[in-house]
Design a binder for this molecule. Structure first.
Ligand SMILES: C[S@@+](CC[C@H](N)C(=O)[O-])C[C@H]1O[C@@H](n2cnc3c(N)ncnc32)[C@H](O)[C@@H]1O
Length: 277
C-alpha cells in the first residue's frame, strides 16, 4: 500500500490532536511532515486514512505514543553548539562550586528535553573532566523527554556510527564509550550519573525535586507563545536559589518570562533566577 496523501480536513484534525498531546504547533506548511512521518503508520496500522489514525490514537495509548515519537523532532548531537558547554564548564559549575561549603557537595541538573541522551552525556563528560574525582559529590542528572523511543535510547546510552561522530572528538569517543559491534555504549560510570524519564513538559511536573541548573534547549521553539510562557514559569519554580537556565542558541526569554535575569559570559547567554523569586 502506498502512503496516502493527506487532505485538508485530515491535516486540521491531526494538527489539533498533536497540539493537544504535545504542545507542538504544526502550521499549514507542515502537511508534508505529517504525511512523511505518519503516512507509514497509517499503512502499518491498516487505517483507511489519517482521520482513522487520529481516532485510534484517542483510544489507544500505544498509537498516541507512536504519533508522538514520529512527530517530535529528536535532532540533537553531543556538545551541541559547543559554547553552552564551555559556559557550563568555565562559569556555571565553578560558580556553583564556590557556593558549596559542606563535605559532600551536591549538584542537581535537569535536561528538560533530553531527546536521545547526547545532551545529558555531554554534561556528564564535562563534569567528569572538570571535577576529576567525582566521589565526594552527590550529582544527579535527570533527562526527560516526551518520546518513549528517545528516552529508551538515552537510558541505554547506545549510539550508532553516525550519532557518535556528531560532536565528539576521536579522543572523547574512545575515552568515554566502548564499542560493541557497530554500537558505541556510554561507559558505566557516566551512565550511572544520569537517569531518564518519559515526561510531557505540558503536563503537571512530576516530583523531580529542585535543580541548580536546567537545560531546556531547542524544544520551546515548537510551542506557541502561551505554552512557552507557562512552561518557563513552571521551570522557574523548579530552580533552586541561584539556579541557572540554559536555552537554545536561537531562543530568547524576551517577552516570555520576567522571572529570569539574562546573563552574558564571553558572548554566551544564560539565565539566572531573579533574586526576588
Ligand atoms: C530538537 S530536540 C532537542 C534535544 C536537546 N535538548 C538538544 O538541544 O539537542 C527536541 C526534543 O523535545 C522533545 N519534546 C517535544 N515536545 C515535548 C514535550 N511536550 N514534552 C517533552 N519533550 C518534548 C522531543 O521529543 C525532542 O526529543
Amino acid at each position: 500500500m502506498t502512503i496516502p496523501k493527506i487532505k485538508a480536513d485530515e491535516f486540521t484534525c491531526l494538527a489539533a490532536y498533536v497540539y493537544d498531546i504535545s504542545g507542538i504547533v504544526l502550521d499549514d506548511s507542515k502537511g508534508y511532515l505529517i504525511e512523511s512521518r505518519l503516512g507509514p503508520l497509517v499503512v502499518e496500522l491498516d487505517c483507511r486514512d489519517y482521520l482513522v489514525l487520529c481516532e485510534l490514537a484517542r483510544t489507544d495509548a500505544r498509537v498516541r505514543g507512536r504519533i508522538v515519537d514520529a512527530i517530535s523532532t529528536n535532532e540533537t548531537s553531543f556538545f551541541r553548539d559547543a559554547a553552552p558547554f564551555e559556559l557550563f564548564k568555565h562559569k556555571i559549575v565553578p560558580d556553583h562550586i564556590d557556593r558549596q561549603n559542606g563535605p559532600s557537595p551536591t549538584l542537581n541538573i535537569w535536561s528538560a528535553a533530553s531527546s536521545t541522551g547526547q545532551e545529558v552525556y555531554s554534561i556528564a563528560i564535562t563534569l567528569k573532566e572538570l571535577l576529576v574525582d567525582l566521589s565526594p559529590w552527590r550529582i544527579r542528572i535527570v533527562g526527560t523527554d516526551i518520546s518513549e523511543a528517545a528516552v529508551a535510547q538515552a537510558s541505554a546510552g547506545r549510539y550508532n556510527q553516525i550519532e557518535i561522530q556528531r560532536g565528539l572528538t576521536d579522543d572523547k569517543r574512545h575515552q568515554y564509550f566502548e564499542i560493541q559491534g557497530n554500537v558505541w555504549c556510554i561507559q558505566d560510570e557516566l551512565r550511572a550519573m544520569a537517569r531518564f524519564q518519559q515526561f510531557n513538559l505540558l503536563s503537571e511536573f512530576p516530583p523531580l525535586g529542585k535543580f541548580d541548573i536546567i537545560f531546556c534547549r531547542n524544544v520551546a521553539i515548537y510551542f506557541d507563545i502561551e505554552t512557552r510562557m507557562a512552561l518557563f514559569d513552571r521551570i522557574a519554580n523548579q530552580l533552586n536559589r541561584n539556579g541557572v537556565l540554559l536555552i537554545g542558541s536561537t531562543e530568547s526569554l524576551l517577552g516570555i518570562s520576567d522571572r529570569f535575569s539574562r546573563q552574558e559570559y564571553h558572548n554566551s547567554v544564560y539565565y539566572s533566577l531573579r533574586e526576588d523569586q
